[in-house]
Design a binder for this molecule. Structure first.
Ligand SMILES: C[S@@+](CC[C@H](N)C(=O)[O-])C[C@H]1O[C@@H](n2cnc3c(N)ncnc32)[C@H](O)[C@@H]1O
Length: 604
């Protein structure tokens, strides 16, 4: 093999997804080897569209489309919008994924699949002609599904062949980034300082560098590891860490924003600005903040299917970072109460911060284990918050703080999020002192992200109109994914077990006549259907919602796997119409599952 073709094989993007061997065996049995190989392949690529939820309480889809189009227009005049390049809109898909993407926009096949993979119908999608037209002419366009016109798509391109600036006679300047960093870069992000693991010697600010990713490899002890000490020098030699394994794991080329030493000394900041990417997707970091939210389409649909109404009390059981919570509050026009719980303190803060950024006041967030979401009899506290995890100054005090410090925004955010009756608590002298201190000095570092989180002891039975259980899962369907080896058969089984127990809590908390939506993201075959069957068998007053009026079609029950251009409807093929409306390439999660239950009389 000539050195040049050797290099072109090396400097390309053609990853193999590693699985735990038992899990791989299990999936191959379930899907068949070819189908599973195509799922694996599709997982390593990002969806070629970015999906944006417009905050219609602050702006309109048309205004967002106009602003984004203007930004893209500036891009075509040479000013990059976070890396998006409108000139490449027609794309130069390589043979790897190109045909799949083509299939997605033209046709898909429906399967009814209660047990096996019996194909029942193949349909061409007339709706998609319209969509196809949009894609060709408009890089930014509104979702055509009735009722979802607050969703906007921005088209990206890829995979592209990147011309790495390597000179065959000398080692190229290179950077290795972490897997998490690479997954973000594939979705449009820049390379930030903490993501850089290794770098060539003598790299200066402004150098062109080839960017590759270190993916976990099997180690002799049977575990997975990357075997790189951060800061290590790359020499462009076979002896470099991961030299041979990095073949086919190049995600683009970029320009260093600081010299090598700076990259490993700095705590934050952009280390490399990507100039050529394998996938060209826009990054929305700092773009129209508060007006738009980047969110996968199935997540948006989940909140939509819950169909929350103004004035209602809604529970979001595993809520962080708050994507669906904020979607629910927006659909309720911020009128009512959205109770968002998560078991992680920091993640509850994320919910609070997001709610504040989006200007939503109807959201209250608590730290709570969803497995204990129903309060015990003598602890019933539908004031809910039992105590603050961190100090909790009164609403009035927070207001005065916000007027007196330089970090008004952050504090105002906290007031917005926590500004409910239950915040009006007595405060201790110590709290007052600390708060006064903050008033004087401004909030400390810990407060900047929103330092107060309330703990809940749970909620009274039948105290919610609707409950969303966005159950924790393997998240195996999220794209792009460069490593899947951490999931074991045991962990897959555990997810299923916990989901059931959480569902039991949801059933107790929702009132008769209410709604439960169960959603999860996994490619684990049969798992989601098993929960639905368990729910219907155990709770006779539950029924699968036959219809979702605001979407204008039959209910959204089932999952769609589009790895090879096929959508699979698992439970109710007669209700597949809504899925038909999707262009599966716009669905950026493989195997997302949503089931909506109507709650009848619990006495029955
Ligand atoms: C799939 S994510 C939820 C995503 C979220 N619904 C959204 O749309 O932004 C799962 C979340 O469940 C939380 N979680 C896991 N186990 C939990 C438990 N026992 N109680 C409460 N939250 C839990 C995790 O901390 C994680 O934030």
């Amino acid at each position: 093999m000539s050195p040049v073709s050797d290099l072109s094989e090396r400097y390309c993007y053609n990853p193999t997804l590693y699985w735990n061997p038992h899990v791989e065996e299990y999936f191959i049995k379930a899907y068949g080897a070819d189908h599973f190989a195509s799922i694996s392949k599709a997982l390593t690529h990002p969806c070629c569209y970015s999906c944006i939820r417009v905050n219609i309480l602050k702006t309109t889809s048309n205004a967002v489309i106009e602003k984004l189009s203007m930004m893209l227009h500036e891009t075509s005049n040479g000013n990059a919008m976070n890396g998006m390049n409108i000139c490449e809109m027609e794309g130069d898909r390589n043979s790897d994924m190109g045909p799949i993407q083509e299939n997605f926009t033209k046709e898909y096949t429906l399967h009814y699949n209660p047990k096996g993979h019996d194909k029942i119908a193949t349909k061409s999608l007339e709706d998609l002609d319209l969509l196809d037209g949009c894609l060709k002419h408009d890089p930014v366009f509104k979702c055509h599904i009735p009722g979802l016109d607050y969703v906007v798509f921005v088209r990206g391109t890829g995979p592209h062949k990147v011309e790495y600036a390597y000179a065959p006679d000398q080692p190229s300047k290179e950077v290795i980034v972490s897997r998490k960093c690479a997954e973000s870069v594939l979705r449009g992000a820049q390379v930030y300082v903490p993501g850089v693991l290794a770098c060539s010697a003598h790299v200066e600010k402004g150098d062109a560098v080839a960017v590759s990713v270190a993916v976990e490899q099997p180690e002799p002890d049977g575990k997975w590891g990357i075997g790189i000490t951060r800061g290590i020098v790359l020499h462009g030699l076979q002896t470099d860490p991961h030299f041979s394994q990095r073949k086919g794991l190049y995600i683009g080329q970029g320009t260093t924003m600081m010299p090598r030493a700076g990259i490993f000394r700095a705590l934050e900041g952009v280390a490399i600005r990507m100039t050529s990417r394998v996938f060209d997707l826009p990054s929305f970091n700092d773009v129209l903040e508060g007006e738009i939210f980047l969110q996968n389409l199935p997540s948006i649909i989940t909140a939509h299917v819950l169909d929350p109404q103004k004035g209602e009390r809604i529970l979001d059981m595993c809520a962080a970072p708050g994507g669906k919570t904020t979607a629910i509050a927006m659909l309720m026009k911020d009128d009512g109460e959205v109770v968002a719980v998560d078991r992680s303190h920091n993640k509850v803060q994320d919910i609070q911060n997001l709610a504040a950024e989006m200007g939503l006041k109807s959201i209250v967030a608590y730290k709570l284990d969803a497995l204990k979401a129903v309060s015990r009899r003598n602890e019933s506290n539908d004031i809910n918050a039992s105590k603050f995890v961190e100090d909790s100054p009164s609403l009035e005090l927070l207001k005065s703080e916000s007027n007196n410090t330089n970090n008004n925004n952050v504090l105002r955010k906290e007031i917005c999020v926590n500004g409910k009756a239950n915040l009006q608590k007595s405060i201790t002298t110590a709290n007052t002192k600390r708060s006064n201190q903050r008033t004087k000095n401004g909030p400390g570092k810990n407060q900047v992200g929103g330092g107060r989180v309330e703990k809940s002891k749970g909620f009274s039975p039948s105290s919610f109109d609707r409950v969303l259980l966005d159950a924790p899962c393997s998240a195996l369907g999220l794209r792009p994914r460069l490593f899947a080896g951490e999931e074991t058969l045991e962990s897959l089984r555990n997810h299923a077990r916990y989901q059931r127990r959480m569902f039991d809590q949801a059933v107790q908390l929702v009132q008769a006549g209410g709604v439960i939506v169960y959603s999860t993201c996994t490619i684990n075959p049969g798992e989601n259907e098993a929960l639905v069957r368990y729910a219907l068998d155990t709770y006779k007053f539950l029924s699968l919602a036959p219809q979702h009026p605001s979407v204008g079609g039959p209910g959204l029950i089932g999952s769609y796997n589009f790895s090879d251009g096929h959508v699979e409807e698992w439970l109710r093929p007669s209700e597949a119409e809504l899925v038909q409306r999707f262009d599966p390439s716009l669905v950026d999660t493989i195997g997302f599952f949503i089931a909506k239950f109507n709650v009848g009389s619990k006495d029955a």
